[in-house]
Design a protein around this ligand. Structure first.
Ligand code: HEM
Length: 539
């Protein structure tokens, strides 16, 4: 921002000196007016070209003359998800349904929907017609390369097949649960120390370190022990910043984003961040290639190292493995760390929910309250994956209001019609917002904005299904790690809630930073106290 202002000031100063020296004020003013008029005409024509010309295509509100929703896109970046909710709410209140059009000069034409039927159509029924495509690739390739989040077709299928091998029930039960429990134990010990001192900690940062440590072991067979370090790893800081910069591109055309990023310095910042994340990934790959025992390992990277590329006799190159590492760190670290952060944020404001969790934990895994035993290794798999119904509901409910992937986009290959009758042209982008969908009374009832795990529980309570609740995506590209996320999230919540009380010291500052995932912009600063469970009443 400051750089932009000083560039503008320098330009104005140069113009002032030039006019004073040459005495060409009138001619320059006329030329400038002509240039502004020409630019306005180009922008208006470009925006009009993107506008739907057929009946039944309703434009989203908040449209400006000449640039469509362009100004809204730019000015609402910081509050992107709430803007999506506002847009959906406003559109529904106007009686215009769940789907609207967004237009801006040089951006791809976009259809924004919160309709579960439309989401099902895009993610499952017409899966082959809706792809990540070249626009998404233009935005994300710098960071994600050709990893699983940023590919379609055979390249995606091959990566999905290889990576799905680690997500087996046997691996969950015999390996992952123990890894999560062990790293959660480190977190508990650290929290114990700060509870004794009464210091404030940023739990958001600690959760990212916890999930990174666990995933580095599970995914790449390489411990990093970042929870033990005094500060976040430089890699992690660079990674978060790179995500934030690339997510701004979501609604920009290629020319527009290049100019803007050059102007505001993001282009240079992104390059620097990617250098840090790449160095981290390449070091990891070199270590594994040099490890004589790597051949016996069963982790994700080991499987890719041992694999030949589809239709070829060659193994994956370092560049391709770099893409695997970066994509899976986003998948395995960020999403679950953020779900845990938002869950604790909600729990700190809902003591009755915490009491209900403790009641369930006391019934099903009572050893969790015992600080003298290392319950870490002993958490029961069936308890975590099946019996702790209320704790699981807390995790689902936190994700409903705060989905780790708050917004998604796919592009149409061929013209089509959505189930609600909205026509789609070839090349149109379809955006849906799990964040907005999770808050709509039309989908969740009058108490949609309340944090209420009870809504998930009960014999006759229908589960929402993945299209009304597309938090884990759905269809052939459904999240591969959903079960793993619940395993990690529930195990961690059991340990934390049975041992600590959390007071959020910056509740008014807690908000998201617009990025691919739902990072907390100012962290989650908490004061921690040891929870002492009441002594059992003698019968
Ligand atoms: C609360 C936690 C999680 C949430 C909310 C979540 C959500 C999602 C979403 C929305 C997608 C679709 C992204 C897209 O295509 O643009 C996705 C895909 C994926 N997720 Fe997760 N995820 C979570 C945890 C995990 C974990 C722990 C892993 C394990 C590594 C994982 C692995 C994946 C993979 C590999 C894909 C790509 C699937 C494909 O394109 O075929 N996720 N996830």
């Amino acid at each position: 921002m400051t750089a932009s202002v000083s560039r503008l000031a320098a330009l104005a100063n140069w113009l002032r000196l030039y006019l004073a020296r040459t005495g060409r004020g009138t001619r320059v003013a006329m030329a400038l007016a002509g240039a502004v008029a020409a630019l306005a005409a180009i922008l208006a024509a470009e925006t009009a070209r993107k506008r739907p010309k057929y009946r039944g295509a309703v434009e989203a509100p908040e449209r400006s003359w000449i640039v469509g929703h362009g100004i809204m896109f730019l000015t609402t970046h910081e509050t992107r998800n709430d803007w999506a909710f506002y847009l959906a709410r406003n559109h529904l209140d106007l009686g215009e349904g769940h789907t609207s059009h967004l237009t801006a000069p040089f951006a791809p034409p976009l259809i924004f929907t919160t309709s579960p039927a439309n989401v099902e159509h895009v993610l499952k029924t017409k899966f082959d017609n809706y792809v990540k495509g070249p626009v998404f690739a233009d935005h994300q390739t710098q960071l994600l390369g050709h990893g699983i989040f940023n590919t379609d077709g055979d390249a995606w299928r091959a990566q999905r097949k290889t990576s799905s091998m680690i997500f087996s029930v046997r691996n969950f039960r015999d390996h992952m649960l123990h890894v999560f429990s062990r790293h959660a134990r480190v977190l508990v010990d650290k929290l114990d120390t700060v509870a004794a001192r009464g210091t404030v900690v940023d739990l958001h940062d600690w959760f990212h370190r916890f999930t990174l440590d666990a995933f580095m072991e599970i995914g790449f067979g390489t411990p990093v022990d970042s929870l033990q370090a005094d500060a976040p790893l430089p890699f992690a800081t660079a990674f978060d910043q790179a995500q934030s910069i690339t997510s701004k591109r979501m609604i920009m055309g290629p020319v527009q984003r290049r100019i803007l990023e050059w102007w505001n310095g993001d282009a240079k910042r992104l390059q620097q961040c990617i250098k840090v994340t790449d160095d981290f990934a390449y070091r990891l790959i070199a270590q594994r290639r040099a490890d004589p025992n790597a051949g016996n390992a069963q982790d994700l990277l080991a499987r890719f190292l041992a694999m030949k590329k589809p239709g070829s006799n060659q193994g994956y190159s370092d560049e391709e493995l770099r893409d695997v590492v970066i994509n899976f760190i986003i998948a395995g670290r960020d999403t679950t760390a953020q779900a845990l952060s938002w869950a604790i944020f909600e729990l700190a404001q809902h003591p009755k929910v915490v009491a209900a969790m403790r009641e369930e934990i006391a019934r099903i895994v009572p050893t969790a309250f015992d600080s003298t035993t290392d319950d870490g290794e002993n958490l029961d798999y069936d308890a975590v994956t099946r019996d702790l119904v209320y704790v699981r509901a807390v995790f689902s409910e936190a994700l409903r209001l705060h989905p780790s992937v708050p917004q998604e986009i796919k592009f149409a290959i061929h013209a089509d019609t959505l189930p609600d009758g909205t026509p789609v042209r070839a090349g149109d982008g379809i955006i849906w917002s799990p964040y907005a969908m999770g808050r709509l009374t039309e989908l969740w009832g009058d108490d949609a904005l309340e944090f209420k795990p009870e809504r998930w529980i009960g014999e006759n309570v229908p589960q929402p299904g993945p299209y009304k609740y597309p938090v884990f995506n759905a269809g052939p590209r459904t999240c591969l790690g959903q079960q793993m996320a619940y395993l990690e999230g529930v195990a961690c919540l059991v340990k934390l809630v049975s041992k600590f009380e959390f007071e959020v010291v910056n509740p008014d500052e807690v908000t998201y930073r617009t990025a691919l995932t739902l990072l907390m912009k100012n962290g989650l600063k908490v004061r921690v106290r040891r929870y002492v469970s009441p002594a059992p009443v003698a019968a």
